[in-house]
Design a protein around this ligand. Structure first.
Ligand SMILES: Cc1cc2nc3c(=O)[nH]c(=O)nc-3n(C[C@H](O)[C@H](O)[C@H](O)COP(=O)(O)OP(=O)(O)OC[C@H]3O[C@@H](n4cnc5c(N)ncnc54)[C@H](O)[C@@H]3O)c2cc1C
Length: 432
């Protein structure tokens, strides 16, 4: 069965205040959602991108997550397409370090605005998607809440780029949460930055960690994380910290998120005190920025037509319906407290992500363009990094636009057609 005589099949629920009718609505403007929207628009779809905050970027801006984790296997660049285009734009605007991994999150905000608008993507910011209107297995409209109240916006196709899989869950798609034994998810982290650091005098990571261990032994730091995770930044004299660790909280409960935000800021208070009092180079530093929202590593994983496993990744498995590649290994911050499990691929190797993992079970006109594709808890810990999510987003957007062109549901799309379009549009899909 294809899309019901599109366009127009769900127009009755379309936005009263707006003359446009959308082929596709992408919900969530993060590392997955922006490429999804742009890819779809470039392939001829009329696209609306809905975002709950007043700016785009997802974890890259709201969570202050930095830098981009690996998009290379050895020296070979294995994530190209729209992700590479974004890197080039950041570089041209002085917002990317020479390593092409550390970027400037504030410039990214207006760059993403421009990128979307130049490609004909309509934006709806300050709109939180909280419901869907269904007809059988088809989403007819997404309901958003904003200052004006509640509004239903119709389209033929939808992409869930919310990170948490909100749209898929609201529509009734099956999903899993956390690790198999107890459903616990990876910890949350509130990122922060210190400015006016005398970076020449900051000791090695090893020496910082020795000082950290001492502060923990003395009871000055209660953060359960085993070490201090910090990075240089695009801005001179600014150090980025991804080091708080908040365990046992749910990304799907406002009450739990409230508790998590409060704990995160207490841990930052403690860390700032420790850095300024004990670590050379930080004596005159100040807390420049706390991420606008706590960083969420893991929540729902939407069950699709194929669930990626750790074994697929670590054995560098290739798939006939591959839509993207990755080389980042297993990286599980202990859901219970101290410790991080890291497993690397063999040097120079990469795995692929099958199109089937982006297609949720039970919902006909929805694709996942986000970290919450179908995977195990272990595999999710690898594919969640921003460059891989960008490749997933580009594939989801392209698949939605091709499905629209052909008047079919995404599950009916020939993966060969999707792959040839992605290759024409500079994605990297090679298996050798
Ligand atoms: C602390 C931390 C450190 C990390 N470190 C790194 C790193 O160093 N390098 C790296 O590459 N990756 C890192 N990651 C992983 C990476 O940041 C995320 O996995 C990635 O951002 C996921 O992208 P996404 O688009 O799926 O979701 P998100 O980035 O979460 O974006 C989702 C977007 O959807 C919006 N949204 C959500 N729900 C709704 C709704 N119902 N209605 C409207 N809008 C909605 C959100 O506001 C957001 O803009 C880290 C993650 C965390 C939390």
């Amino acid at each position: 069965m294809g899309l019901a005589n599109t366009p127009g099949s769900t127009r009755s629920a379309s936005r009263k205040s707006q003359s446009h009718y959308y082929d596709l609505i992408v919900v969530g403007g993060g590392p997955g959602g922006v490429p999804a929207a742009i890819a779809a628009a470039r392939n001829g779809a009329r696209v609306l991108l809905v975002e709950r905050y007043g700016f785009l970027g997802g974890m890259a801006t709201t969570g202050l997550v930095n830098p981009y984790m690996s998009f290379r296997a050895g020296e070979k660049v294995i994530i190209k397409g729209l992700f590479e285009e974004l890197l080039n734009m950041l570089a041209e605007n002085g917002a990317l370090l020479r390593d092409r991994q550390h970027f400037e999150a504030e410039a990214m905000k207006w760059l993403l605005d421009e990128w979307c608008l130049q490609n004909g993507v309509d934006l709806l910011l300050h709109a939180f998607a909280t419901g869907v209107r269904m007809k059988d297995s088809v989403i007819e409209a997404v309901e958003v809440h904003h200052k004006g109240g509640r509004e239903a916006i119709a389209a033929d196709l939808f992409i869930d780029s919310t990170g948490d899989g909100d749209i898929a869950a609201l529509a009734g798609a099956p999903f899993e949460i956390g690790r198999t034994e107890d459903g616990a998810c990876q910890p949350m982290t509130t990122c922060f930055r210190m400015a006016n650091v005398d970076t020449e005098r900051v000791p090695s990571r090893k020496d910082v960690n020795t000082l950290y261990d001492k502060a923990k032994e003395a009871g000055e730091v209660k953060n359960p994380r085993e070490n201090v995770l910090f990075f240089s930044s695009v801005n001179p004299a600014v150090i980025h910290f991804n080091t708080t660790r908040i365990i046992g909280k749910s990304a799907l409960s406002a009450q739990s998120l409230t508790e998590a935000e409060l704990i995160g800021r207490q841990q930052i208070k403690e860390m700032v005190r420790f850095l300024k009092s004990s670590v050379p180079g930080f004596e005159n530093a100040y807390l420049m920025k706390i991420a606008p929202q706590i960083g969420i590593r893991e929540s729902r994983r939407i069950s699709g037509h194929y669930a990626l496993t750790a074994d697929d990744l670590l054995s560098a498995r290739k798939f006939d319906d591959a839509i993207g590649c990755g080389s980042y290994g297993i990286d599980i911050h202990n859901p219970g407290g101290t410790g991080t499990v890291i497993k690397h691929l063999q040097p120079g190797e990469w795995y692929q992500i099958p199109y089937r993992s982006l297609i949720p079970q039970k919902i006909s006109n929805l694709l996942i363009g986000s970290r919450c594709i179908s995977s195990t808890h272990e595999a999710h810990s690898a594919i969640r990094i921003m460059p891989i999510v960008a490749a997933i987003g580009q594939a989801a957007g392209t698949a939605a636009a091709l499905s629209k062109q052909k008047g079919i549901f995404p599950v009916e799309l020939n993966p060969g057609d999707l792959r040839s379009t992605l290759l024409r549009q500079k994605a990297f899909l090679s298996n050798e």
